[in-house]
Design a protein around this ligand. Sequence first.
Ligand SMILES: Cc1cc2nc3c(=O)[nH]c(=O)nc-3n(C[C@H](O)[C@H](O)[C@H](O)COP(=O)(O)O)c2cc1C
Length: 197
Amino acid sequence: MKLSIAIVFVAMVVWIAANSVQASEPQTQVKVLVAYHSVTGNTEKMAQGVVDGVKSTPETVVLLKRVQDVSAEDLFSCDAVVVGSPVYWSNMTGEVKTFFDNWQLKFGVFPQFKMRDKVGAAFATGGQVAGGKEITILSILAAMLGNQMIVVSGGGAFGASATTEGDSPGVDGKELEAARDLGKRVAEVAWIVKKGK
Ligand SMILES: Cc1cc2nc3c(=O)[nH]c(=O)nc-3n(C[C@H](O)[C@H](O)[C@H](O)COP(=O)(O)O)c2cc1C
């Protein structure tokens, strides 16, 4: 008799604990992956700005990773992906291109279109004012479009960018603000898409 009372008591405690955890967790969260390549730190600084922008939107989880460290779980569990690249010879770097190639070669996105309906956006840093930042951003967005993602801009006509050489002091305050705007916009659109599903 005492044993059965003890079992009922333990079961009640477990049930109450499980339900109180559920109640304290947010109903839904938007998860944004910010993936970037950076050798001298400029694109990394912009990535941090994007992260800050995402965090300014409530109920968001953000994951900041270098492109080579992104796992299949990171990619497929997120609602949105923001990819950043330095401009190398007027385009994304080899590391960022390899990242996209690995979506299929390592993670097998096709034929199911596993990235479909996730929100996508891009940012870039380049040494020169007119050295290929917009082409770099558009190339990243093209890879996302090929995956049937929902591509958005923010911080600039195509995404956020920074000029980092010559007279420029690396990433300046306005460029960092553009990165934040992009992160905020991505989180907002990811919410709209998630609620609409
Ligand atoms: C191999 C190489 C090629 C580059 N090509 C360009 C280019 O075509 N246009 C440009 O504006 N900047 C170019 N840059 C400059 C970088 O894009 C710029 O310094 C960038 O901010 C570096 O980013 P990071 O600090 O995140 O590594 C090149 C740099 C390297 C190393």
